[in-house]
Design a protein around this ligand. Structure first.
Ligand code: FMN
Length: 229
């Protein structure tokens, strides 16, 4: 049985009175999960909406607790690390990690960064050894696949695009995902939201099509187009 960890990070909901206010990235995430689950009846989904339930920011006491050997942590330190322990446990179970993210100020939402800070933890998700020379960090998990679905108001954030140099969302998440044990990344973008024009409609429609195809691929099924031929 495959486990999918589904992380949403837009602060927008998907049940607003005005549908135009609904989160695009979360709707794309739901499309992926629904398609994947339809093909994977045995699949297990763990869902966290960080926009609705933001993780705590880490603190100096949190860092001190992390660097205290587990057997020596006092009850206060254990409590400080409880959320991190739970989030890492969810990650450990996951074969497939789905992250949906809006672009905020050319990067990821603060709630998603807070999640990464809670999850990328020494001796839990990565080890640190100076014997490795200039790259002492190594992930402890492996074999996970990341599906990253993003939405932005502007456009041209793809490699060689007109705003590629301003894209601190996808590249940042991809860099961090290595320390989660991800070794395969699939990225799908919806752009142009702020222009609300035909380009946005087309970008969204293309993203939805790519998501359905990717969900088929990752569930080990031929894509709808290919199975029709
Ligand atoms: C606080 C904030 C910052 C944003 N910053 C950017 C940005 O830097 N670049 C961009 O292209 N769009 C930006 N946008 C537009 C969002 O990326 C866009 O509305 C996206 O659809 C939001 O994702 P969601 O629909 O899942 O909520 C910003 C929106 C908000 C609310």
């Amino acid at each position: 049985m495959k486990t999918l960890l589904h992380i949403d990070s837009s602060v927008r909901r998907t049940d607003n009175e005005h549908p135009g206010h609904n989160s695009i990235s979360k709707q794309l995430g739901h499309l992926f999960v629904d398609t994947w689950m339809n093909l994977n009846h045995q699949g297990n989904v763990i869902h966290r909406d960080l926009g609705l339930n933001p993780p705590d920011f880490i603190t100096q006491d949190w860092i001190a607790a992390v660097f205290t050997p587990e057997s020596e942590r006092n009850t206060q330190q254990q409590a400080l690390l409880r959320l991190s322990d739970v989030l890492i446990d969810e990650l450990e179970q996951a074969d497939l990690l789905l992250i949906t993210a809006p672009m905020y100020n050319y990067g990821m939402p603060a709630v998603l960064k807070a999640w990464f800070d809670q999850v990328i933890r020494i001796n839990k998700t990565f080890s640190f050894d100076l014997a490795r020379g200039d790259f002492p960090l190594a992930p402890l998990f492996r074999g996970k696949t990341l599906v990253l679905l993003t939405s932005s108001g502007e456009f041209g954030f793809e490699p060689n695009g007109i705003r590629a140099h301003m894209n601190h969302l996808g590249p940042h998440i991809e860099t961090l995902s290595h320390y989660l044990g991800v070794d395969s990344v699939h990225k799908i973008r919806s752009e142009y939201q702020e222009f609300a024009d035909e380009r946005h409609a087309q970008s969204l429609s293309q993203a939805r099509q790519s998501i359905v195809e990717l969900a088929h691929q990752l569930a080990g099924h031929p894509s709808p187009e290919r199975s029709a031929t």
